[in-house]
Structures are given as C-alpha cells and as structure tokens.
Ligand binder design. Structure first.
Ligand code: NAP
Length: 305
C-alpha cells in the first residue's frame, strides 16, 4: 500500500459541532484515505472524537484568515450559523454578525486560497405563499433569520469565490451531541407525557441529515457549483410529520395537539406553504433521499431508540 503518497482532498468543516457538522464530520472521518479533514467550531473542543480540531469564531476576521490560510483547504464547508429563528428577531445584530459578516469572512479567505465554498442555506428565504420552491424562485424572507440567510447567499454570489449553496429545510437525524432535532424532541416529549402543540398549516419536506451529508459529498466528488435544493422525499405538514414519528416509534398520539401557526404567537413569522423541489439535485447529483420511515429506521438503529 502506498497510502502515504496519495494526494488527499483537504476539507475544512466550519461549524463541525452543530447538528449537520457532527454527521458530516463522522462521514468524512471514515474516509481518511480520500480526505484530509480539519474541523472547526465555536466550542473549545470537538464533540466528535479523533479529529483535528481548531476553535473558531467566524465573526473574528483575522482568526478566520489564520484558520483558512494555515490549512489551505480544497473545500470549505460552512455548517455554522446563528440558527435560533425566534431569538434572531430580538438579537438582530448578533444574528447578522454571524450569518452575514461571518460568512463574508469565510468567503473572502476561501477565495484567497482559491478553494470551493459549500454553504448551507434555508427555505426561510421564501415567504411561504406559493411553495414548494425551485432554485430559481424569487426569495422574499418574512423573518429576520431569513433575511440574514438571504444576505449571506447574496454576499457569496458576489464575492467571486467558487461556491455551492445548498438550501435545505427541517433537519433531523441521529445527532449524538448538543441540541435535540425535531424527531427526538417529539419522541422525548411524548415519552415524558408532555403535551406538545404542533402546527397543521406549515408544509415542507423535512430533510434527513445523512441525505444532506450525501449531497455534500456528491458536490465534492462532482465539483458542482451553483444553488441546489436538498430536501426529503415528501412534503407534509409538521403535524402529519409528528404523527408519522409517533406511529413509527410506537408512541401515544394523544400527546400531540394540532394548532395553527397564528395561535402559537411565535416572535418570528414562518413560511407556511413552503418546501423545496429537489428535481435539480436528483438529476445532476443523483440525489436520492430516504423515505421518511427508512430514515426513522436508521435513526432508531443508530441511537438504539
Ligand atoms: N436545522 C435546520 O432545520 C435547518 C434548516 C435549514 C437550514 N439550516 C442551515 O443549516 C446549517 C446547519 O444547521 P444546524 O441545524 O446543523 O445548526 P446548529 O446545530 O445550530 O449548528 C450551528 C453551529 O454553528 C456554531 N456557531 C454559532 N455561532 C458561531 C460562530 N460565531 N463561529 C463559529 N461557529 C458558530 C454553533 O455553535 P453553538 O451551538 O455553540 O452556538 C453550532 O455548533 C445552518 O446554516 C442553518 O442555517 C438548518
């Protein structure tokens, strides 16, 4: 074996401790023969063991410069972000600093080393009046979070960097550390006999995180640029999704109460008729999302639920 002589693709994951970041780290870590990986996130250490890790705050321009220029990656994957949609309404400055200025820092130095930036965006750039959306539909965000994510997309598109923007929605998967995804929040709430109110009028196609990880891998392999929608195989209401969770995991449905979005009085407005049409990714990336139940089975097996 001449493993030591192989030229491996150098990949920097920023936000490696987040929900997506963790699964991406695990995936690429298992392909060490092909990829030289550097992980970076806000916390002092990596949640995923046995990886090279650097602490980074993406709002600190000089630190981002050092991180990227020291490693000289071929690809930078930005899985970091300010992701609390409701809090973004009251913490506007911080949300902008992270989601827009932080992304500007990343694109600048990714461009400097002539690497390819893969950035994750959201269906919240749309108003939810006539979804599901294609990649060419006109954005019109109705929340501050959505505005920051659209501004980030626009800054990348005008920065000159080689880029791929993956728009996704409602991530769920077998995440082991940190905050709970929607699926596990529903499971844990019902198991602890807590009544949960779930909206019947918000539609989208929830995305199994491992499908998104596969799509990112295809982008790396095929070096595809531009904007791609990455979502699940079915568009359904959040209420119907939680019923499917309860059915699959054998949980009592009486703890799930249907509610309208306007009754929840959340600080941030949500797009109602949303979701992402994934035809482009299916055609150009050979993207094949798991069915909802197949993804639940994988989560169940991996987390021993
Ligand atoms: N989750 C969804 O349903 C969803 C849907 C559509 C799009 N997206 C997008 O997908 C991406 C990944 O989402 P996710 O759910 O995996 O997010 P997440 O779990 O909230 O992870 C984001 C990561 O970024 C880190 N971070 C925050 N501020 C930072 C900073 N200044 N410098 C460096 N790192 C920082 C966070 O650290 P802390 O946890 O310590 O703050 C966290 O580890 C985001 O861009 C998000 O907008 C997510």
């Amino acid at each position: 074996m001449f493993e030591g002589n192989l030229i491996r693709t150098r990949i920097l994951i920023i936000g490696s401790n987040g929900m997506l970041g963790q699964r991406l780290t695990e995936f690429l870590k298992n392909r060490r023969n092909s990829y030289e990986l550097l992980c970076a996130s806000l916390e002092p250490s990596s949640f995923i063991p046995d990886v090279d890790y650097r602490q980074i705050d993406i709002t600190r321009k000089n630190k981002v410069r050092e991180l990227i220029l020291d490693f000289f990656p071929d690809f930078v994957i930005n899985a970091s972000g300010y992701t609390n949609v409701d809090k973004a309404e009251s913490e506007r400055e911080l949300a902008w600093k992270i989601n827009v200025n932080g992304v500007e820092n990343i694109s600048l130095y990714t461009w400097t080393v002539d690497a390819h930036l893969i950035h994750i965006s959201t269906d919240y750039i749309f108003d939810g009046k006539k979804g599901p959306y294609t990649e060419t539909d006109k954005p019109c965000p109705i929340s501050y979070y959505g505005r920051t994510k659209l501004a980030a997309e626009n800054s990348i598109r005008t920065s000159g960097v080689r880029y791929t923007i993956l728009r996704t929605n409602v991530l769920y998967g077998p995440v082991k550390f940190g905050k709970l995804d929607f699926v596990r929040w529903v499971i844990n709430s019902i198991k602890s006999e807590q009544q949960i109110k779930i909206v019947t009028d918000q539609y989208n196609n929830p995305t199994f995180i491992d499908d998104l990880v596969n799509a990112i891998h295809k982008i790396i392999l095929y070096k595809k640029e531009g904007i791609y929608n990455i979502g699940g195989s079915e568009i359904l209401s959040r209420y119907d999704f939680s019923i499917r969770i309860a059915d699959f995991f054998g949980l009592e449905k009486k703890f799930i109460s249907p509610v309208l979005t306007k009754e929840l009085k959340q600080p941030a407005q949500r797009p109602l008729k949303s979701g992402l049409i994934i035809l482009k990714a299916m055609t150009e990336l050979d993207f094949k999302p798991h069915s909802i139940e197949d993804s639940f089975k994988l989560i169940k097996d991996e987390l021993n639920l």
